[in-house]
Design a protein around this ligand. Structure first.
Ligand SMILES: Cc1cc2nc3c(=O)[nH]c(=O)nc-3n(C[C@H](O)[C@H](O)[C@H](O)COP(=O)(O)OP(=O)(O)OC[C@H]3O[C@@H](n4cnc5c(N)ncnc54)[C@H](O)[C@@H]3O)c2cc1C
Length: 293
């Protein structure tokens, strides 16, 4: 049932990276809610697991003096949802966290596992894309930062090199201060469902115009993505219903939707156009703007 041929636990990042350097075949496990499902389904045979769960430092969520928000890779979705810093500063991530799975899954599933699993449906992904998150990856030789937009390479494929561990997710103050946002998860049912589409929008206003908007989409393509054409169009445009409608239309150009058993390509594109507008309208209010009708 679970074809596990070895199991070890690290208590520090250093120990984990050294163990990985000695044995690159080790498969990392955090909450195990993806890894164990894959093993149960026979997709991972003869796995040698290295658990990160005892590395206390990786569960921390904090705001640095310069305003950078750091979320440890082992922070669970329950922890993210309850965190006062995230609730105040980047509620689009706490909204995504509470929309994910059920309570038991949220209590154990980590944000690091959600990102490293490489699924376009990952509930954290569209918000992390909209927030321009940077990922800190560490191996036994050092660390590097990778923008989340460069991390997703294809379905289930991410830019982790052999021996690397995701340790922190970083969000810079210029990417969240003064922004209002909104996350919408569209799923076939409200409880415990994988997203048919995930939409995360942040915007910053300058008087009656858009200074900046960023749109992250999940399940609109093989990887999460940003709607750069729509974002570019929005710059310095008047905050109005016609502008928002045009942004919704342009967002569809960035989507790479396909038909799956959950929804057709056309339906997903319709959802992109509609939900981007809805999310943006709420984001405008959250950024201090007036409600558009
Ligand atoms: C019943 C159920 C419902 C679910 N519902 C949802 C949902 O609504 N939305 C959603 O997005 N997901 C959902 N999931 C999927 C899953 O729970 C999430 O993707 C979760 O965040 C994975 O985190 P984990 O800690 O369990 O990862 P693991 O299963 O421990 O690991 C996942 C992958 O990431 C790698 N990994 C983990 N941590 C690190 C790290 N720090 N550095 C490098 N690699 C790492 C592992 O090697 C593995 O490849 C659901 C799963 C189940 C079983």
């Amino acid at each position: 049932m679970y074809d596990i041929i070895g199991y070890s636990e690290a208590e520090t990042v250093r120990e984990a990276t050294m163990l990985l350097a000695e044995n690159p075949k080790l498969r990392l496990i955090a909450g195990g809610t993806d890894v164990l499902i894959k093993m149960h389904g026979g997709q991972l045979e003869g796995a040698e697991l290295l658990s990160l769960r005892k590395i206390k430092s990786l569960s921390t969520i904090r705001k640095a003096v310069d305003g950078t928000i750091s979320i440890g890779a082992l922070a669970t979705f329950t922890q993210i949802f309850k965190d006062p810093i995230l609730r105040e500063m980047i509620p689009i991530l706490t909204e995504a966290a509470i929309s994910m799975g059920g309570p038991q899954i949220r209590n154990i599933a980590t944000i690091g596992g959600n990102v490293c699993n490489g699924a376009t449906s990952a509930d954290s992904a569209s918000s992390l894309f909209a927030l321009n998150a940077q990922l800190k990856l560490e191996d036994y030789q050092g660390e590097r930062l990778v923008a989340i937009r460069e991390f997703y390479l294809g379905p289930g494929k991410v830019a982790l090199k052999t021996g690397e561990i995701l340790t922190e997710i970083l969000i810079s103050p210029e990417d969240y201060l003064g922004f209002g946002g909104q996350y919408i998860k569209f799923a076939m049912r409200e409880a415990m469902d994988i997203a048919t589409l995930g939409v995360s929008v942040v915007c910053k206003l300058q008087g009656s115009t858009f200074e900046q908007i960023r749109i992250g989409l999940g399940v609109a393509g093989p990887t999460p993505l940003r709607c750069l054409e729509a974002e570019e169009y929005a710059k310095e445009k008047e905050v109005s219903a016609p502008t928002v409608a045009e942004i919704g239309k342009l967002a569809v150009n960035s989507a790479k939707a396909r038909t799956s058993w959950r929804a057709s390509k056309e339906y997903r594109e319709h959802l992109v156009q509609e939900l981007v507008q809805r999310a943006l309208k709420t984001a405008i209010v959250n950024a201090g703007g007036a409600k558009l009708v």
